[in-house]
Write a protein that binds this ligand. Structure first.
Ligand code: SAH
Length: 357
């Protein structure tokens, strides 16, 4: 009888059973050996997993090896539903985890890339009042493998349909990635490690979006990873940001910008500032000017997001004329600025609309 290593213990605090994608390559080799197989099987197994193949398709493994290694590939997510928008170019997928938690991911096909927007938590604890995910509260962190699985499965489905695989990833689904930093950082490794150990995406094609958990931004910096950091700023002043992004009361605007620019200095990656345009709330000309002042001379790009409607919210997107003036002021101050093209609004798949309902 095989004695399972500690990693296969009962799930803690709702986390799913341990999966191959939770482990780094050394951990995978150890786990394979603990299951009575030779260490090199870890690479074979990883190659199949990241290509989206199940054990039943792993024909280079004997039936007995497959049986021994099955505990490393538990089913983590069940596909509940796919919804299409934007003429079929956007697909929102609803997944159910082992404990019944529901999460969503969104796949977006563009002429030059295919991007998946992944969830990092079931729900979110950050309570931003304009975001549907924030309204529902936090259920739990996702495991590394649950984050990875969303992308591996979407990628495999694209390839099976004869389309380009996933090229880009944004951690902009449900949850606050840097409130689940260990697992999110491990998932970044899985996505960017070359085959057979990972999916082989380039670090620069990953975006980690955060409300601004300052200690975790510093940790991200210490890893030496060079992903793009996006900061959900939404207001240039503490008074308003305290209400739009409540975590601002802990790490205010000045401190969060300092941490984010520390990251850009050490990585050379341009900081992305996300700013939802909310009518008569944060879209005044003086706020554009204050934002420009705070960002002046930095390696930064501002991404304005017309507010997407969420259930029960009294807020609207800014008028187009107001939005244009906001852009004009930022650009006049030398700040690179674009307005985000809103995808998947009609299937509640756009920024801030993921509620897994
Ligand atoms: N928790 C992370 C990632 C989630 S969402 C973060 O906050 O950065 C990605 C972006 O969508 C964030 O900038 C978020 O503030 C923004 N967003 C949330 N609700 C929105 C809405 N209703 N309309 C437009 N953008 C929204």
């Amino acid at each position: 009888m095989t004695v399972l290593p500690l990693v296969f213990d009962a799930p803690k605090r709702g986390l799913p059973p341990q999966h191959l994608a939770d482990l780094d390559s050394a951990g995978r080799r150890d786990a394979v050996v603990a299951l009575g197989e030779k260490a090199f099987r870890a690479d074979q197994l990883s190659r199949h997993y990241f290509a989206g193949r199940g054990l039943d398709e792993a024909t280079d493994l004997s039936p007995s090896a497959r049986e021994h290694l099955a505990p490393l590939l538990p089913t983590l997510l069940t596909r509940v539903r796919d919804q299409q928008a934007d003429g079929g170019d956007t697909t929102k997928t609803l997944w159910r985890a082992h404990d019944g938690s529901l999460i969503e991911s969104v796949l977006m096909r563009y002429p030059d890339r295919t991007t998946v927007c992944v969830s990092s938590q079931a729900g979110c604890g950050m309570a931003c009042p304009f975001c549907a995910t924030g309204q529902a509260g936090l259920t739990r962190n996702l495991s590394t493998a649950e984050i990875v699985e969303q992308v591996v499965r979407s990628n495999a489905a694209e390839l099976a349909a004869g389309r380009r695989g996933v090229t880009n990833l944004v951690y902009m689904g449900m949850g606050e990635p840097l409130a689940n930093a260990n697992r999110v950082l491990a998932s970044v490794r899985r996505f960017t490690d070359p085959a057979p150990e990972g999916l082989g995406l380039s670090q620069r094609s990953l975006v980690v979006s955060t409300v601004g958990v300052v200690p975790a931004i510093r940790r991200l910096q210490e890893t030496g990873l060079k992903v793009t950091l996006a900061l959900s700023l939404h207001a240039p002043d503490d008074e308003l940001r305290n209400t739009l992004v409540p975590v601002n009361t802990r790490w205010p605007v000045k401190e969060v910008l300092e941490a984010a620019f520390g990251y850009t200095r050490s990585t050379g990656r341009r900081l992305s500032i996300e700013y939802a345009m909310i009518k008569d709330v944060n879209d005044q000309a003086w706020r554009a000017d204050l934002l420009a002042k705070r960002l002046k001379g930095k390696l930064v790009h501002v991404n304005l997001i017309p507010l997407n409607p969420t259930p029960g919210s009294a807020w609207d997107a800014s008028d187009k004329a107001v939005e244009r003036e906001f852009v004009r002021r930022l650009k006049a101050a030398g700040i690179s600025t674009t307005v985000r093209d809103t995808k998947g609004q009609d299937i509640a798949g756009a920024c801030g609309q993921l509620a897994a309902e």
